[in-house]
Design a protein around this ligand. Structure first.
Ligand code: TXA
Ligand code: MG
Length: 313
């Protein structure tokens, strides 16, 4: 399978019930026409994702939100007016969207991505698409078409599916998720739209990310590379951890872009994938300052370092 830049072909694939790896400004999504249940089912199969994990619906304009929701809470309307198109998903009461897309939940996550190819596909298709990140369940998200091909290429169908190449994703980590079905709205996943920005837009003080694991990004282990990830609070302790691991013969990599948070986010998943390719056993990662997108980077690093489920036979 090879990547393509042909938007018309991607739209045809979606109409025909195929899957499209769709570039967005956050990460690549694995998209299907949300109105075709058989196509949506294939997303779960290809990802190896449990079917009770809800997918995010992607829309081409702000009006698309009302089409997916039974009602649009005022808080959701304010957030999307401020941050769409962009790296923000709002959870709203589910309207005319197949329950399969929502993992059986009565709520639905909706986002309008800001990437010219995603916009072109959504405009031409004229329907919402369901799209989780285009990786196997639990693995790190793809931020280039190459990542998608490496991970899912053998699982996609060359005849029916398309990997659309929109270059490296600008942000590099997944959207901020805000549950607008509760009052005050709850941030379920940190992202490039920060808690402070959300507070300002809503004129509230946000609840920290907490509560039951309702977003898979809230599970203790997620976004995980093959290598073990160890966190360090500063560069000096990271360097010491690297030296200690080297002394006992481990293949170890240092991850620290904490002097440039945008670059840290942009390169994070590429870095983790590269370390795996190089056969590293241990990645020592410096947790950056928890300001701006640093909070989301810290969140992903903690998930990558979280306890892994035991392999099942
Ligand atoms: O940036 C992004 O959000 C990317 C791009 C492709 O748009 N998508 C993405 O999708 O990260 P996914 O499926 O990998 O992660 C979506 C998260 C999951 O943790 C899921 O549980 C949560 O959103 N989610 C979706 N719908 C939800 C709902 N109705 N209630 C609670 N959580 C929901
Ligand atoms: Mg994901």
């Amino acid at each position: 399978m090879i990547a393509s830049t042909d938007v018309a072909r991607a739209v045809e694939a979606l109409r025909g019930g195929g899957l499209v790896a769709l570039p967005t400004e956050t990460v690549y999504g694995l998209a299907a026409d949300a109105t075709q249940p058989a196509a949506v089912e294939r997303i779960f199969e290809v990802k190896g994702r449990p079917t009770h994990h809800p997918l995010i619906v992607h829309v081409g304009d702000i009006g698309g939100l009302a089409a997916c929701a039974s009602t649009v809470p005022d808080t959701a309307a304010r957030l999307v007016a401020e941050f769409w198109p962009g790296p923000l998903t709002v959870i709203v009461p589910r309207g005319d969207i197949d329950p399969l897309v929502a993992g059986g939940h009565d709520t639905i996550g909706v986002r309008m991505p800001a990437h010219p190819l995603a916009t072109a596909v959504l405009d031409r298709l004229g329907r919402p698409v369901a799209a989780p990140s285009a990786n196997r369940f639990g693995a790190v998200s793809p931020t280039t078409a190459r990542h998608v091909l490496d991970e899912l290429g053998s699982l996609l169908d060359t005849e029916r599916d398309v990997v659309l190449d929109g270059g490296p994703c600008r942000v590099g980590i997944e959207s901020t998720i805000v549950d607008c079905t509760v009052d005050p709205p709850q941030i379920l996943r940190a992202g490039a739209v920060t808690a402070d920005q959300i507070d300002t837009a809503l004129d509230v003080t946000h609840d920290p990310v907490s509560g039951a694991a309702r977003a898979s990004g809230m599970l203790p282990s997620h976004y995980a590379p093959e290598a073990t990830v160890e966190l360090a609070l500063d560069r000096a302790s990271a360097d010491a951890a690297v030296r200690a691991a080297q002394r006992v013969g481990h293949r170890v990599a240092l991850l620290d872009r904490s002097d440039d948070l945008d670059a840290y986010a942009h390169e994070l998943y590429s870095d983790l994938r590269r370390f795996d390719r190089d056969g590293c056993e241990l990645i020592v990662a410096v947790v950056p300052a928890q300001t701006g997108i640093g909070a989301a980077i810290g969140d992903r690093l903690r998930k990558a370092a979280g306890p892994r489920p035991r392999p099942t036979a």
